[in-house]
Write a protein that binds this ligand. Structure first.
Ligand SMILES: Cc1cc2nc3c(=O)[nH]c(=O)nc-3n(C[C@H](O)[C@H](O)[C@H](O)COP(=O)(O)OP(=O)(O)OC[C@H]3O[C@@H](n4cnc5c(N)ncnc54)[C@H](O)[C@@H]3O)c2cc1C
Length: 423
């Protein structure tokens, strides 16, 4: 008899787990099924560069079928779960809903942008979590530069040339740094807009940026970005977002039509519908073997799980943790099916880097702190080793090399996704 192993989510954690299950479980003993919303996995650390055009968007994603060879891949969403019957409900991308039985279930559903009840936020701001956000943002910047170059109206130009990011964690800062760099280069092609000048603003409620890294390195990043003219407003909150302005806790009203919300993540909202225990933040609590509390055939990893961190507390929502949890959960699932022995999750993060664009970064490996080009180079080399698939590694190097001697590409391809109607 073959066991059914279902993996919900094909991002960092789910993909790493599926690869390990393919290696560990003999073909005849297990059927592997992975359900994901898309047929690719996104390498999020490269999203800022996809938005800025130094990497081709298709080169920051890896088709799941290039990596997985015997896992049955279904496109769609897991929308329900009956732990007693051991089934999950699948809403496929096309076709009728299905109920799928499992012997072992691994949840790797990731997270979404965490929102707060700020008036106008969900209507007028965009997150920075996926490829669609990155592509949209790039097109928005180019559209704004085009219109700012054409309009004679001062107020409208102000609105178009002001870009507000909210949240000073690494994802927000990296996106801001790369996109400001892109826009500053692109401005050469828009002389009238250039005369007016751009404003790039980061709004952060805390008194520092980059809580994920050492304070000294965070200060370096702050100085570097302020040196480029980025207005970083610490101890400041976003109070309201409108279609053409934001209001800050200082009372300042900033004219802008581009607000990027990067103030943290929340676990996948669908978890609430899956009959699972959840902690106060909506994550699935797991033990040090990544097994869901009280359910012996269900496992959870990555951003959707509240997993004990061997350093103390809970693991932070990072790809570093998700890719290491995947194989541990896979081995524990195999052990549950009688193959190999179980193991606890023991990874201790030793390094972190934040890319600041313009070939600069800050970071640390163990106790060693780094900044500037050496940090950028090390971070790129690390990511190169991590992005799944040989062809993606080669494409990334080619993209970086090819972009060096040329001007930034300012083609606005937003309309390309909407074919013209016939007739
Ligand atoms: C811009 C940015 C930069 C980042 N940079 C770094 C970095 O440099 N280093 C680092 O360590 N971390 C980084 N991160 C964090 C990292 O991306 C996450 O921690 C990581 O993606 C978590 O992995 P995961 O497997 O839990 O979730 P994900 O990789 O998000 O995968 C979840 C998958 O589940 C799928 N899914 C969701 N709901 C359903 C459903 N109902 N049914 C089926 N499938 C579903 C999604 O489509 C997705 O493919 C960054 C994040 C962002 C946004």
């Amino acid at each position: 008899m073959a066991w059914n192993v279902v993996i919900a989510g094909g991002g960092f954690g789910g993909l790493a787990a599926a690869r390990e299950l393919e290696r560990t479980l003999p073909k005849q003993s297990a059927r592997l099924l992975l359900v994901n919303e898309t047929n690719f996995s996104t390498y999020t650390p490269f999203l800022p560069e996809a938005a800025a055009g130094t990497l081709e968007p298709r080169h920051v994603v890896t088709p799941l079928r290039d990596i997985l060879h015997r896992t049955y891949i279904r496109l769609g969403e897991i929308v329900g779960h009956d732990p007693a019957a051991k089934t999950v409900d699948l809403r496929p991308k096309s076709g009728a809903a299905e109920t799928i039985p499992y012997d072992q279930l691994l949840l790797a559903l990731g997270s979404v942008s965490r929102t707060l009840p700020i008036p106008g936020l969900t209507e007028h701001a965009v997150g920075f979590k996926g490829l669609a956000d990155a592509i949209w943002l790039r097109n928005r910047i180019v559209e704004n530069l085009e219109e700012a170059n054409a309009t004679a109206e001062h107020g409208r130009r102000e609105e178009l040339l002001t870009f507000v990011f909210v949240g000073g964690g690494y994802a927000g800062l990296e996106a801001l740094a790369e996109l400001q760099d892109f826009a500053a280069d692109a401005m050469d092609s828009y002389p009238r807009a250039r005369l007016h000048g751009m404003r790039w603003i980061l709004v952060e409620a805390a008194s520092r940026v980059l809580p994920e890294i050492d304070e000294e390195l965070a200060d370096y990043a702050l100085r570097e970005l302020r040196g480029r003219g980025i207005d970083i407003k610490l101890d400041t909150e976003l109070r309201e977002v409108g279609p053409s302005s934001v209001t800050l806790s200082t009372g300042e009203v900033v004219p802008t039509n581009t607000v990027v919300w990067t103030a943290g993540v929340a676990p996948a909202p669908v978890l609430k519908d899956l009959n699972l225990p959840l902690d106060e933040r909506g994550r699935v609590p797991v033990d040090d073997h990544l097994r869901v509390a009280g359910l012996d055939s269900v496992w959870a990893i990555g951003d959707c799980a509240a997993a004990p961190d061997p350093r103390g507390g809970l693991c932070p929502p990072t790809a570093q943790h998700a890719v290491r949890q995947g194989p541990v959960a896979a081995r524990n699932i195999a052990a549950e099916l009688g193959i190999g022995s179980p193991a606890a999750f023991e990874y201790r993060s030793e390094a972190s880097f934040v890319n600041l664009g313009r070939y600069k970064a800050v970071g640390r490996i163990g106790d060693r702190k780094m900044r500037g080009f050496p940090a950028w180079f090390l971070a790129r080399s690390y990511h190169m080793s991590q992005i799944p698939g040989y062809s993606r590694k080669v494409h990334a190097v080619l993209d970086w090399t090819a972009s060096l001697p040329f001007k930034r590409d300012i083609a606005e391809l937003g309309s390309a996704a909407r074919p013209k109607r016939l007739g």
